[in-house]
Ligand binder design. Structure first.
Ligand code: ASP
Ligand code: MG
Length: 372
């Protein structure tokens, strides 16, 4: 699979699987350190189950970005990464909308704002069709396809109802824009849960608006951490106990009276951190379309080097210097809760990625130190 604009990882480092195989991951060393994201890379690379008791109680949160979910093939590929990890870990997944969908939904909103109702309807129909065609491409068994289609159609009906409800230009549409934008994640969560089921992983879509409680600042809502954690545990822990993979919508929350909010553009990383905190995950893996965090943008700068190991302060300093690292709210939460965050490439799952943690991981930095 060749993602758009992805630069191949030319750094010839030992992958976690190789490290593990050569015995540098002994039993008494934290397996978090050398086996990021559960054991996904190891499993993908060597197919070993690595189901030692030490790993059984591990919980990992995986966040997949929009380009990792763009179309049925990519969804199934990402589902394969989750499946590998479920052999040894409990996994909770957080998804973005498919790439480009949030922009299109916001365009529906601005068309409504400007009184261009036909344009709004056309764009909304386009969004519905894109998702239904991914569902077709997933080639589920008939009964599964019918069930998922029914769930998606009910969501799409709500979307079209929202769009058809207006016949006069709108003012003050922040609340409507959030509701419209939320359909992207709600649809991708259903599709990704279906892709997991097709890959023999029992999964359930979960709307984060069921537990991410926020203020009423639509389009940039702040979550109430305590309440989100309590409510989220009630929703997610029973699913994990039943060995189900919850597929949680990134980006969205709800006000105390149940109106949908969003946490700001590109905030699904933050949702990933919130969900990881809710379930006390051992680590959060942000699966994206580059090999990790670089010294500069690898797409414009050939000199850019992949950073293997960062402290929260290093990552914060990089972000301040203008590097596109992670959504700005991830690092403060990660630092506060001492959560280990990995940034890894969905399209190169054998690559190690970048680890951000409270302190350098000596087991892997001894391998990587000279390059980072
Ligand atoms: N789908 C949302 C956006 O495009 C959130 C995200 O992808 O992180 O802003
Ligand atoms: Mg994104």
């Amino acid at each position: 699979m060749t993602p758009e604009n992805v630069q191949a990882d030319e750094i010839n480092e030992p992958s976690p699987a190789v490290v593990y195989r050569t015995g540098i991951c002994p039993k008494n060393v934290s397996t978090h350190a050398t086996c990021p994201g559960g054991v996904a890379a190891s499993d993908v690379l060597i197919g070993d189950a690595l189901t030692g008791d030490a790993l059984k109680n591990k919980v990992v949160a995986f966040k997949f970005g929009g380009s990792s979910l763009l179309g049925a093939d990519r969804m199934l590929h990402a589902a394969g990464i989750v499946r590998s990890s479920t052999q040894s870990c409990s996994v909770v997944v957080v998804v973005s909308a498919m790439k480009g969908v949030t922009d299109r939904l916001l365009a529906v909103g601005s068309a409504l704002e400007n009184g261009k109702f036909a344009v709004a309807r056309e764009e909304a129909d386009g969004v519905v069709n894109v998702h239904l065609s991914v569902l077709r491409d997933l080639q589920l068994e008939e009964a599964d396809e019918l069930r998922v289609r029914r769930e998606m159609q009910s969501l799409c009906r709500d979307l079209l109802h929202d769009v058809n409800n207006y016949s006069r230009p709108l003012a003050g549409t922040a609340e409507l824009l959030d509701r419209l934008a939320s359909y992207g994640e709600r649809l991708s969560a259903r599709l990704f849960a279906a892709a997991l089921e097709k890959s023999d992983v029992a999964a359930v879509p979960v709307s984060s608006s069921d537990f991410v409680r926020t203020c009423e600042t639509f389009r940039d809502a702040r979550p109430d951490l305590l309440e989100t954690r309590q409510r989220g545990r009630d929703v997610l822990l029973p699913l994990l106990e039943e060995s189900l993979v919850p597929v949680v919508t990134g980006f969205i929350g709800a006000t105390p009276d149940g109106r949908i909010t969003t946490l700001g553009r590109n905030s699904s990383d933050f949702s990933g951190a919130l969900v990881a905190h809710v379930v006390d995950a051992d680590e959060l893996v942000i699966w994206t379309d580059v090999d990790g965090i670089f010294t500069a943008n690898p797409r414009d700068n050939q000199e850019a080097r992949l950073l293997h190991e960062l402290s929260y302060d290093d990552a914060h300093a990089l972000a301040k210097s203008g590097a596109k690292v992670l959504h700005a709210s991830v690092l403060p939460l990660a630092a506060e809760t001492e959560m280990v965050v990995w940034v890894r490439n969905t399209f190169n799952p054998a690559g190690r990625g970048t680890r951000i943690g409270p302190h350098a991981d000596l087991t892997s930095s001894s391998q990587d130190g000279g390059r980072a």
